[in-house]
Design a protein around this ligand. Sequence first.
Ligand code: ADP
Ligand code: MG
Length: 339
Amino acid sequence: MADIIQLLPDHVANQIAAGEVVQRPASVVKELLENSIDANATDIKLIIKDAGKTLVQVIDDGKGMSVTDARLSFERHATSKIRNAEDLFQLNTKGFRGEALASIAAIAHVELKTKKEEEELGTAIEIEGSKVVSQEVSVTPSGTSVAVKNLFFNIPARRNFLKSDTVELRHITDEFHRVALAHPNISFTFYHNGGELFNLPQENYRQRIVHVFGSKTNERLVPVEESTEVLKIKGFVGKPEFSKKTKSEQFFFVNNRFIKSPYLNHAVKAAFEGLIKDGYHPSYFLNLTVDPKTIDINIHPTKTEIKFDDEHTLYAILRSSIKHSLGQFNIAPVLDFEH
Ligand code: ADP
Ligand code: MG
């Protein structure tokens, strides 16, 4: 009987992988911002048009790429961030899979310009649907600019599936918030259709939170700080009386990466027990630092979920340090909320 299994061509494999990594313009924003951070950028510009459907561009002043690296960066499983399987458990970077640029280039028009500080001239590459259209020497500032145009141009079903500009812009803003809060030491600007939405200087954590969420936020913040062998906590919780009906101000960062964790969220809620009405949610902005060896980040395509070795201990430390901080601010349980 004739054999029927074939290896898929690269551009098809890339398009399939893209289905996982790139759900919407906000996914592109996340991947590009993370690459700029991994490149040690100190200043990052995000420029989008039509809620990212027409353009997502990220310009950084990071370390840039050599000519060869610029070309290789679009290959699948091509990464400068890990070399072997052990490295997966000592990650100091956001990226490690080498999939983002290959995936994005499979489903959009991508223009990359990049230059290393020590070089005089940089490289410009254009790729459309995984095909390199042009590559030339370019006079360009040190750092990297990646422009992603016409997302899903070759997958009409995905393009039609995108929501209104308002909804897509909200997803992008959410990603921007997460990255901006995780890195107050980096300056960010964010433009949509030519208008400036954010202009954040290098600042400290409290200043960044207030910059992003508005001046009224300042008086609501209760500092939380803890340092144990297995977990360091630095950040703020909102005072109970400012708890919200939505979960829009709940941020966990583990080793500077935004993550979702229903389990740790429960630990925070437990610390607020008796202080918050049913149906309301505490605000929190908490940076957790753990030994990279004790977590596994490689469990979800968008890397927003983490597996911790010892969740129970983290839960207990988190709950008690928040309780302690709330106590220090003389916040006693108020059981009758109507007064
Ligand atoms: P990953 O981030 O998982 O390594 P990507 O596809 O996102 O995979 O990027 C591939 C490689 O391209 C990176 O490992 C990095 O070496 C290089 N690269 C991507 N973006 C930038 C950037 N903004 N500045 C410098 N190098 C970059
Ligand atoms: Mg990446």
